[in-house]
Design a protein around this ligand. Structure first.
Ligand SMILES: Cc1cc2nc3c(=O)[nH]c(=O)nc-3n(C[C@H](O)[C@H](O)[C@H](O)COP(=O)(O)OP(=O)(O)OC[C@H]3O[C@@H](n4cnc5c(N)ncnc54)[C@H](O)[C@@H]3O)c2cc1C
Length: 506
């Protein structure tokens, strides 16, 4: 096993995985370590939008919005199964923002980022339209515009897969517990959090992509300090059964000047969020509060004809944004842009810490991060990720692809084909390889999850627990019955024991 690398990346969220992909594609030898599962923190708790961020225009974040709008189209091409166009309806509520201001914002939104794939924005009189039906009668007109929706945690996994396919080593459940610098090299102790075994590696550069732990990692694990500070801002979501039957998302303006999204999700659910609450607890303990739940319900009920109540909530989650602290008084105004802190004393191995960022801009962040390190590594090559599909993303139109899978396999239910394609793209073929009929897929755990998919996730996507499979590699946890979860838990218990016994360091 190799123990000397060009780059050690600490953190397997979207930023760490994106940097590992970019760097390995430029010929650098890369090791990524993640103390939990890939995407087990902020990168699976987002609003799941690939968006320019219409509201950031009010804070004059033109650079960020432009970059995000460009990235929106890049990602729609790179992973069409995971990143899907979504039309937004913005009910006009004149006491919040005047129509001219919204029109100006939408004009900029349409033109700042070279939009090609998505349709332009516009205005609509709601009377009698499908978009107007779920809304209260006082809402007579609305604006509409386009953005995209993403499966955030799967996007992280795809980046890790892309990095691995270019030679990177990806270690999950592996904590970087200490690292120190001697001349042109870092030495790091990586602890397998399940077995407790420690592996010591060396690398020529270190990336701190620890998200909400970015400052903690600097101070506690590296014994270093920096002027840059992270600002933790909690955001929570609630999930209900689908609240209306059209395919649009709604962006609702509240009287505190914030906005709340109601987004159609996974066919049968509505995803509602988010909040902005200053947070000073441990990132892993973050939870939605009763006040946030009440806040989200109140905003929805101001606009939707059919009111919702706490009893309608089927799931909720909360995450912590690891924002760069720009000293804003209002948590909603803290910049969503990213900042790098490069610590590279002459003749010594560099350390790059990442503050802030969005899922939407991760690829560009990764490109900039590797470019920043390139002079120190004496390598770096060209930017290469803008036109390169993510693993499984080379499938063309996802619904046509699913149809063709069913055509060549008449036994394959359309619903299963559609789900597999929307999760794995063309890699769905790996699950179906050599399978002649439903029986060949093995045990069915319920909700269309078969042993063949479970095996694929364990062998090829680093899944080691029921949670990894039901809540990060998929969201089947929302629809699977208790019996199925128990069955899967029994099956995974064997895997976890085996994983521990074979502890990967051998
Ligand atoms: C409520 C909310 C809504 C959002 N909505 C959107 C949205 O709709 N669109 C969008 O583009 N962005 C959105 N974002 C922003 C986006 O989710 C984050 O910017 C992004 O996920 C941050 O990724 P990250 O890799 O920096 O952090 P994380 O995903 O948290 O990853 C950091 C990882 O580092 C690991 N780690 C820490 N310390 C160590 C160590 N010592 N050793 C090994 N591993 C370690 C952690 O376990 C963690 O998995 C939202 C964020 C929130 C909270």
């Amino acid at each position: 096993m190799k123990d000397v690398f060009d780059l050690l990346v600490v953190g397997g969220g979207i930023n760490g995985a994106g940097i590992a992909r970019d760097a390995s594609g430029r010929g650098l030898s890369v090791l990524l370590c993640e103390k939990d599962d890939l995407a087990s923190h902020t990168s699976s708790w987002s609003s799941k939008l690939i968006h320019g961020g219409l509201r950031y225009l009010e804070y004059y974040e033109f650079r960020l919005v432009r970059e995000a709008l460009i990235e929106r189209e890049v990602l729609l091409r790179a992973a069409p199964m995971l990143v899907r166009p979504l039309r937004f309806v913005l009910p006009h509520s004149p006491e919040q923002r005047p129509a001219w201001l919204i029109r100006l914002g939408l004009f900029l939104y349409d033109h700042l980022g070279g939009r090609k794939i998505l349709p332009a924005s516009g205005k609509v009189q709601l009377g009698g339209t499908p978009e107007g039906r779920p809304l209260k009668k006082w809402v007579s007109q609305a604006f509409y515009y386009s953005d995209a929706q993403v499966d955030d945690s799967r996007l992280v996994v795809l980046n890790a897969l892309a990095a691995q396919s270019r030679g990177a080593e990806i270690l999950t459940r592996t904590r970087c517990r200490r690292a120190w610098r001697k001349g042109a090299s870092w030495t790091a102790e990586l602890e397998d959090v399940r077995s407790g075994e420690v592996r010591t590696v060396q690398s020529r550069a270190l990336v701190n992509a620890a998200g909400p732990w970015v400052s903690h990692f600097l101070q506690e694990n590296l014994a270093l300090d920096t002027k840059s500070r992270v600002r933790l801002v909690k955001g929570s979501h609630i999930v209900t059964r689908r609240l209306y039957d059209n395919d649009h998302a709604y962006i609702l303006q509240n009287d505190d000047n914030r906005i709340v999204f109601v987004i159609p999700w996974l066919g049968e659910f509505s995803l509602i969020g988010t909040t902005d609450v200053p947070y000073d607890g441990a990132p892993q303990d973050v939870q939605i509060s009763p006040e946030e739940t009440a806040y989200l319900i109140k905003v929805v009920n101001r606009y939707l004809e059919k009111p919702i109540a706490e009893a309608d909530i089927v799931w909720s989650y909360a995450g912590v944004r690891p924002l760069y602290d720009d000293a804003s008084a209002n948590p909603s105004a803290v910049t969503r842009d990213y900042t790098f802190d490069l610590n590279a004393p002459a003749g010594q191995a560099p350390l790059l810490s990442i503050f802030g960022g969005k899922i939407t801009t991760y690829r560009k962040l990764a490109e900039h991060a590797v470019q920043k390190l390139a002079p120190h590594l004496g390598a770096g090559g060209q930017s290469w990720t803008a036109d390169e599909p993510l693993p499984g993303g080379d499938l063309g139109d996802p619904s046509q692809y699913a149809a063709s899978l069913c055509q060549s396999r008449p036994w394959l239910p359309r619903e299963l084909a559609t789900r597999l394609v929307s999760a794995y793209g063309s890699r769905a073929e790996r699950i179906l390889q050599g399978v002649q009929g439903l029986d060949d897929l093995g045990t069915c755990y319920g909700a269309g999850l078969y042993e063949a998919e479970v095996r694929y996730l364990i062998e090829q996507e680093w899944a080691t627990s029921t949670q990894d499979i039901l809540w990060r590699r998929s969201k089947l946890g929302l629809v699977m019955g208790e019996e199925g979860v128990q069955l899967l838990q029994n099956r995974m218990a064997g895997t976890e024991l085996a994983t521990e016994a074979n502890a990967a360091w051998a």
